[in-house]
Design a binder for this molecule. Sequence first.
Ligand code: 13P
Ligand code: SF4
Length: 340
Amino acid sequence: MTATKRPLLVRAEDGATPLERATHTLPEFEWDAIAPVIAEIDRLKRERNAIVLAHNYMTPDIYHGVADITGDSLGLAREAARTDADVIVFAGVHFMAETAKITCPDKTVLIPDPRAGCSLAESLTGADVRRLREQYPGVPIVAYVNTSAEVKAEVDICCTSGNAVEVVRSLGVDRVLFIPDQYLAAWVATQLPEVEIIPWKGACMVHERFTGAELRAYRAESPGVQVIAHPECPPDVLAEADYVGSTAGMIDFVTGRGGRPVPERVVMVTECSMADNVAMEAPGVEFVRPCNLCPHMKRITLGKILDSLRTMTHEVVVDPDVAERARRSVDRMLAVGAKR
Ligand code: 13P
Ligand code: SF4
């Protein structure tokens, strides 16, 4: 499972308003300050036929208070492609909002703060990809979705952390260029030893800070703890993990979705807000929380979401020619999952 429709959406079935629901998931002292903001966002969403798509790294007030759909990059890309809303407010980073615009060019896609970037997306350009093609003629190029539209327009297929192995396998070749995350590339290589993976040297500034030594210390302090890690972490970290997966995969692991037993204690090796969000969905689980914040994700706030809906800014614009070529790479990725 990669995306979740928040209870906010089921108002029609049980009669509860989004406001009433949010009061149950936020501490009371915070609630007084943010309740009017949530109410106004809700009103504007109805007025503009808008939805809020929120990445799993959003703070709990956004994740539980105003998101219509939460998920990882893959789930949100899928949901963007199928929504009937006229306006998508993307509570996440710029490449994610751009992916939504690529999959639905006729919709208005807003990002509450256009400075919300990503160290991976910023590590290479379309010109870099064209140079790689010249250097490695005939070798397919797989791009992690954490890339700009102009990069997506130059590659053969996209992938996310949730489907990277499946996407590379689907190509049926023995050599691929995998951009831009060197660590995700290394992880895919461990899963598909028959394929030579040529990586770009990009890295996530949040996940590359975790170390294997740090995780060994958590294990020593807390025997029996389950370590779950995002594949953007370096190999020595992933070697310590009991489970490696996308943000949605990690939520499934903690909440026991998919038939796994619910763990007693977990270390979530990813961005801090994830554990805060999931803790509310997994009240019986004890979380050990190493905390690395993504400064880009944290640019998105409840106040900026409100401004975004009020002023209909900041609209994400992608050149139509670039968007069309990028869409081929994204659609090819979505088709891999759809066939399954
Ligand atoms: P997910 O696709 O796992 O949500 O990851 C996106 C991301 O930016 C992680 O840092
Ligand atoms: Fe980019 Fe890392 Fe932030 Fe995700 S956590 S948006 S990969 S910088």
